[in-house]
Ligand binder design. Structure first.
Ligand SMILES: [Zn+2]
Length: 220
């Protein structure tokens, strides 16, 4: 049976999360999570997200959905604020698969060019996990804080759609490693269009570039 992963998307709707650097956390979280989902599905992993658009979604709801789905692994995606630099991942105080997942995800984000603040445990007054998402989910769970939205260097890492996709793909690589699924690079294709006059060729190349592809004009 296919492996199952639950991706919690932090905040949403009336709760924007951190707002800084021209970015809203709820939007960055969603873009990163969607890219992560696509990469996991490309590898045959089944994915359920807590939300796939901008909507209000309580933490209690997210935890309930996660436990009902009964995934192999669970992640809650967030981005930080409050003065710091780099990515950090929180795991269950008892360690286990949660700790392995945290390390694999952090390693993959760092490999994508981000600084590391390490993997961490945060306890409440009762000596159990502070974060409900880690404490109350049945599956091994982590909370990913990909970057600080109020840190200029971090904003440079995350402020374009391509960078948000790259972070989502990195998180997926960490998940796949934890699941024992080998990551395979996506096959890319090149299209050659011949027979255009110079201005039509340049126009088409420019249009493709605005869509994020590389394009060049050559004499046939
Ligand atoms: Zn958050």
């Amino acid at each position: 049976m296919a492996k199952k992963v639950f991706i919690g998307v932090g905040h949403g709707g009336s709760d924007p999360g951190a707002v800084a650097g021209g970015l809203k956390e709820k939007e960055v979280n969603l873009a990163v999570a969607l890219a992560c989902k696509a990469e996991l599905e490309r590898h045959g992993v089944a994915v359920r997200m807590s939300r796939t658009k901008d909507e209000t979604d309580s933490l209690e709801q997210r935890i309930k959905e996660c436990n009902a789905y009964a995934p192999d692994l669970a992640l809650d995606i967030h981005h930080n604020a409050g003065g710091g630099d780099g990515a950090e991942v929180f795991y269950h105080y008892k360690g286990g698969v949660s700790k392995v997942l945290a390390q694999n995800v952090l390693d993959a984000i760092v490999a994508a060019g981000q600084n590391s603040r390490g993997i961490k445990v945060k306890l409440n007054a009762q000596g159990r996990d502070y974060f409900g998402f880690i404490r109350q989910t049945v599956a091994p769970a982590v909370i990913v804080e990909g970057a600080f939205l109020d840190n200029k260097a971090d904003v440079q890492f995350i402020d374009t759609a391509a960078e948000q996709t790259a972070e989502g793909v990195a998180i997926a690589k960490g998940i796949l490693k934890t699941l024992g699924v080998a990551w395979v690079p996506e096959v890319r294709y090149t299209v050659t269009v011949a027979g255009l006059d110079r201005s039509a060729a340049e126009k088409l190349a420019a249009e493709m570039k605005t869509k994020g592809f590389s394009a060049s004009v050559k004499v046939a």
